[in-house]
Structure formats: C-alpha cells, structure tokens
Write a protein that binds this ligand. Structure first.
Ligand code: BG6
Length: 490
C-alpha cells in the first residue's frame, strides 16, 4: 500500500481540465488515503489570484463534480497554493522555486515533484526549459513531467516539442497523458485477452473477420471551436485514443507485464500499420461534418454555425477508417474505427466479429445463425458481452442468438474522472505503462499525417451527417464494400 508523497505543480490551474478532472481526481485519491497527507498542490496561472481564490475554486469544483460526502474537503483545500507566473520570465521561476522548497520542507515531501502541463501547448517547451535552468527539477527526490494532449499537431511539431521537453526531462520522467488509457475497460482489454484461454487462441486472422471500434459523442464542439478548427476529429481522437485502442487489441502478448514489454508490443503494432498512401485515402478513410439535427425534441445547429468556426470550414467532426496491420497475426483483417461529435449516442465500444463456421449446418433452419461477437463496452456502461447461437426453444434444430452479458457498473457512470485518478496515481508511483511513449506518438503521427496531407489537397466538399445520426452513408459503405456492416452499438 504505497502512499506516494509529492508536490503537484499544475500549470493551467485556472483552466477547465483542472476544474473538471484534476481537482476531483486528486480529492478522490486523498479521501481514499491513496496519496500521503504529505502533499501540496501549487496551482499556476497567469491571473493574480491568492491562495484563497484557488482554494475556493477547488472547493467549488469538487462540490460540482463529486456527489455524496465531502469529508476532509477543508484539509484537502488547505494544502493548495497559488502562484501567478509569467511563463517567459526567469524571475517567476526563481520565486516558484523558493515556494516549492518551502513547501517541501513544511510537508516533508523529500523533493518529489510532479509538473503537470494542463494549458496551451505552445508554452510546454519554454516552461520545461526554465524548470531545468532555474533548478526546479534539481531536488533530492524524483521529478516527473505530465503532459496533456495535444502532443503536437503533426509529426514535425511533436518532434520539436519532444526535443524541448527532453532537454529538461529524461524519457522515463515524461508521462504523456492519453486519458483513454486510464479507463477501466480499456485497461481490461489486456486481461480479457491474456487471462482467458478461450479468446487468445482465436485472436488472429484465422478466426477473426474484423474488429470495429466506435467512440461516439452526443456533444458538439461546444466552446472549443478555436481549438477544434485546427484539430478535427482525426487529430483530436484518432491519433491518440483510437490508435491506442487498436494497439491494445492487436498487440502480441507481452513477455511480462512490465512497462517496457507492454510498450514494446504496442509499438510493434504501430510499426506494422499499413501506411495510407495518398491515392488510397479515399478507399479507406471517410471524413464528414455534422449538419443540423434534433436531440430529444430540440433542434441543434450544424458545425458551420458553431462559435469560432469558419463558415466554409472543412474541419471534420467525424472520421471512419479502415486500418490494416501487416503482420502474421492480422494479415487481411480490417480494423474499422469511427468517431464523431453530435452522433446518436455517447458511447465507446469495441466489437470483435468472428468468422463464420467453415460449414454451416443450420443454413436452412430458421434464421441464419448470426456471427459470434465479443463486445467490449468501454463507456458509459462497462462490461462485455458474447453473442453466441443456441437452439430456438421448442423447435427441432433452429438457432437463435444468445447474448451473454456482463456489466460492471462504473461508480460515476462515465468513467473519465476515475481515469485521471488512476493516471495521476500511476505517475506518482512511477508507473508509466498507461502513458504514451515517444515512439508511439511518433509512429501514430506518421500514420495520421499521411491522411491529413491527402485531405488537405482534396478539393471535394465534405459529406455531412445529421446531428443525432451515426454518421454519413459513406461510413456505412466503407464496410459494405468488404461485405461487413457496423454492428449497432446501443
Ligand atoms: C478528448 C477530446 O481527448 O476526449 C474531446 O479532446 C473529447 O474532444 C474527449 O470530447 C472524449 O473523452 P471521453 O472520455 O468523454 O470519451
């Protein structure tokens, strides 16, 4: 029962992520006794706030985000401190160092420090280099850098950012967040695969017809139009969350459950991804934008009418794609992915479709036996189901489908706060398994850049889909031409 102790320095303490995810997650860890009471949080922002202003914000955020008992809330908030910082002023860092040293001795923290970058990415590099030059990373304990997405905008900018932060932190001190890796059922993928004798022998191109990963959202871009216009669904969701799920589904069993072994298997999957060459992008990737639609009787506007969105924007809010993995295990098995905003449901699900029996004895007996499916429910419900065929009761040999369903109820329904809780804890105990290694980021950008470059050169207009639907017809066609269809995710 390790109880890590650390100062947590949050750059972007006045921002949305801190309020919605980081403060509630830290509070959970504190309340449950998972982190030592010897901790302090230093919030950094541009505004001139007092410690008290920050504490009020933290208190409010916890009351908003967490239902139920708030025991120990005052003790928790009292260990928060605020420092206004001009990210390009050396003096600011000297003052911050003095504050951190004082807190270190007040709470007997032993020099352990987490620097959490939860703000506009253009300053990540500058901050990291000052942390080093002004010796904030020079302590008796460990120092770690947690870095939020976006990790670059393409390979080139990601490389620049990586070089900058590597000047101040070693690779093993860098924790690149992908919050999907903190989700309970994403972490369960490995256990389902490697702890069950019934799946792993079938987990290959002999027995699996295709894999489908859907991560759909009901919300539109809300007030993030500015960011989203430069990103789009491909960079916002596919480069990180969806590709991470692909690697976990496709990787070979690691030799051991260590960070290095797991990462090295995931990296091999990314290396085996068949690159999208420009002329093929249309055959395997679909992009689209949401138009207007109706949700629960209420009309919503299309993407082009959203705040901070160009009226002729070609930013995609939906992506569907077909990925091929060129290795012995997966040759010929398509991995279909789709993600989008303003879709019918908030849902993340993975469907593994198994190949049909080599010879079908039940072809003419009632319904054609359906495909066997393994469905991994990531969110909002958490669990798995297995679709099998059984005998239709009372008939001679007709089949009917049987759904074996297991559901584990997430404490918060949608599991995101818990994901951050887990990842923050992992970082404090020095476990980087569920963070993205630079090689993963590098390879995933390489794959994605080819798609975005092809799209940039494409003058055709974007298909649109109605808000509240499951995306455009083109996404259906992507599977139909291979003889498959998207399995319903509801
Ligand atoms: C973030 C994206 O990484 O993931 C958002 O930037 C998206 O656009 C979010 O809404 C989805 O996360 P979750 O946990 O709600 O599925």
């Amino acid at each position: 029962n390790e109880q890590p102790k650390s100062i947590i320095v949050i750059f972007g303490a006045t921002g949305d992520l801190a309020k919605r995810k980081l403060y509630p997650s830290l509070f959970h860890l504190f309340q449950k006794g998972h982190i030592s009471e010897q901790f302090a949080v230093v919030g950094i922002g541009r505004r001139e706030w007092s410690d008290e202003t920050l504490r009020t914000q933290v208190r409010d955020s916890i009351k908003n985000e967490i239902e139920g008992e708030h025991t120990k809330l005052e003790e928790f908030c009292n260990q928060f401190y605020y420092k206004a910082l001009n990210v390009t002023s050396k003096q600011s860092y000297t003052e911050l160092k003095t504050l951190l040293d004082q807190l270190d001795s007040r709470y007997h923290i032993g020099g352990n420090r987490v620097f959490y970058m939860a703000m506009a990415p253009e300053f990540f590099g500058t901050i990291a280099s000052y942390l080093k030059s002004e010796q904030l990373t020079d302590t008796e304990g460990w120092t770690r850098l947690v870095i939020e997405k976006p990790f670059g905008h393409d390979l080139e900018s990601a490389e620049t950012l990586n070089t900058e932060i590597r000047e101040a932190f070693r690779e093993d001190e860098i924790y690149r967040i992908d919050h999907y890796l903190g989700k309970e059922m994403v972490q369960n993928i490995q256990v389902i695969r490697f702890a069950n004798a019934v799946f792993e022998p079938l987990w290959n191109n002999q027995h699996i017809a295709n894999v489908q990963i859907t991560s759909s959202e009901r919300l539109g871009v809300e007030d993030r139009g500015g960011y989203y216009e430069n990103s789009g669904a491909l960079r916002d969701m596919v480069q990180n969350h969806l590709l991470q799920m692909v690697t976990l589904l496709a990787m070979d069993p690691p030799l051991r459950l260590t960070t290095e072994e797991i990462r090295s298997e995931k990296i091999k999957v990314l290396r085996a991804l068949r690159p999208i060459v420009e002329q093929k992008v249309k055959d395997s990737f679909v992009r689209a934008q949401y138009g207007q639609g109706v949700y629960d009787g209420e009309k919503v506007q299309g993407y082009l009418k959203e705040k901070n969105v160009a009226p002729d924007s070609k930013t995609e809010t939906f992506v569907a794609g077909k990925l091929l993995i060129d290795n012995y295990r997966w040759a010929g098995v398509p991995f279909y992915i789709r993600t989008g905003k303003r879709m019918a449901a908030k849902s993340t699900k993975i469907v593994i479709e198994f190949k049909p029996q080599p010879h079908n004895l039940y072809l003419n007996n009632g319904d054609d036996p359906g495909a066997n499916l393994l469905v991994i429910h990531i969110q909002p419900d958490e669990g798995m189901s297995l679709m099998l065929n059984g005998k239709k009761i009372g008939t001679t040999g007709d089949t009917s489908s049987v759904n074996l369903h297991y559901s584990q109820h997430g404490i918060d329904g949608i599991n995101t706060p818990e994901a951050y809780e887990r990842l923050l804890f992992d970082c404090m105990i020095g476990d980087a398994t569920n963070f993205a290694h630079w090689d993963e980021v590098n390879l995933s950008w390489t794959y994605i850049d080819a798609i975005s470059e092809a799209w940039e050169g494409d003058k055709d207009s974007l298909p649109s889909y109605s808000s509240g639907s499951m995306g455009p017809k083109e996404a259906e066609d992507l599977l139909l031409k291979d003889g498959f269809h998207w399995w319903p995710i509801e």
